[in-house]
Design a protein around this ligand. Structure first.
Ligand code: PMP
Length: 355
């Protein structure tokens, strides 16, 4: 039934973000949403075993103090420099609401995390997509025109391309009147964080997540780091929308995960090693790819179309990500799984591309 025109005018109608599939079958190889193939650190199991369910009667700590304290220790920051939210999606959405309030367009790359334009639409923020060059690189000079703010991931998604802190600093420096958000969802897999710049630039917000390098996508934990003034603005908006965002279990499991630095480093290292070995195997099959510094690969084959490979992999119960979008419609994004999963992927690809 169509909604009356007059009524429609009062409705915020948006085209939502489309997340990767979460198939229900058990016997699949799931390489489509950049989840970590390893479990969270063993201490998380202990925290869950020890949890007194009677505490569920109570509202969670609105400040997530246990988690913020651990993050502050790890990153050598004051607690007032950290904002936590329900996944970095929640953090970024809050940050859009808080910091992108100009009439001028916010800027982000044409090929990037496809949630940015959705948030811009839902929060009614004007935006402009800036083309990456042919190697999917950012040209910092493109980000020096008047704007209402800047956001991009580093490494970028879905390309996996890492930009240098120096280049990003150039952009931050050139935009003293705009907030620059660096979405570091994948930074732990081999990139250098811009965190070291937050005391130097009052317009920088660095956003990270527990969903990838900390194996906790299901717990929904994200965080932003910046100077305490910016973080206060973010908290004021958050407390004006919903005080009790992060649940009790996420707070204590997240804190436990931060305490186990050794496990974190080991699993990240395993993924990096598997990523590099997979690159070699893919090259032998005629694939070309960016030098991804994340936990996924962005690949195209030198003769077989990506859409066909995507569909054939699915028939073999291997899920990867494909977008029918300009400039990337011949690419696949493949999450780095365990070595066993990647060797099954390579065998399947061998059959599909006929090597
Ligand atoms: N930023 C980027 C670039 C991502 O790829 C993702 C994962 N979809 C996110 C942010 C959000 O991750 P989460 O909400 O799980 O922290």
């Amino acid at each position: 039934m169509a909604v009356r025109e007059e009524l429609l005018r009062n409705i915020r109608s948006v085209e939502p973000y489309v997340p990767g599939e979460q198939p229900k079958e058990n016997d699949i190889i799931k390489l489509n949403t950049n989840e970590n193939p390893y479990p969270p650190c063993p201490g998380v199991r202990q925290v869950l075993n020890d949890f007194d369910i009677c505490k569920m009667r109570l509202y969670p700590d609105t400040n997530s103090d246990v988690l913020v304290s651990e993050l502050a220790k790890k990153y050598n920051l004051d607690k007032s420099q950290i904002f936590v939210g329900v996944g970095s999606d929640d953090v970024i959405s809050m940050a859009f609401m808080t910091f992108f309030n100009s009439d001028k367009p916010i800027l982000f790359p044409d090929i990037t995390y496809s949630f940015y334009d959705v948030w811009a639409e839902v929060h009614r923020i004007p935006y402009k997509r800036i083309s990456l060059d042919n190697n999917f690189r950012i040209n910092p000079n493109d980000y020096k025109s008047e704007n209402g703010g800047i956001i991009f991931p580093n490494p970028n998604a879905p390309t996996g391309v890492l930009e240098s802190v120096e280049m990003i600093e150039d952009i931050i420096k050139a935009n003293p009147n705009s907030i620059v958000m660096i979405d570091e969802a994948y930074i732990d897999f081999g990139g250098e964080s811009c965190l070291k710049l937050i005391d130097k630039y009052e317009n920088l917000l660095v956003i990270q997540t527990f969903s990838k390098s900390r194996s906790m996508a299901g717990m929904r934990i994200g965080f932003a780091m910046g100077n305490s003034k910016l973080i206060k603005y973010l908290n004021d908006v958050k407390f004006s929308v919903n005080s009790y965002t992060m649940n009790q279990l996420s707070q204590i499991c997240g804190a436990e995960s931060v305490r186990d630095e050794k496990y974190f480093k080991n699993t990240v290292e395993l993924i990096i090693n598997t990523r590099e070995k997979t690159k070699t195997a893919l090259a032998e099959l005629g694939f070309e790819f960016t030098d991804s510094k994340s936990n996924f690969l962005f690949v195209k084959h030198n003769s077989v179309k990506a859409k066909y490979i995507f569909e054939e992999l699915k028939k073999k119960k291997i899920y990867v990500r494909y977008w029918n979008k300009p400039r990337i419609d011949n690419y696949l994004r493949i999450t780095v799984g365990t070595p066993e999963e990647m060797s099954k992927l390579i065998s399947a690809l061998k059959e599909i591309v006929n090597v």
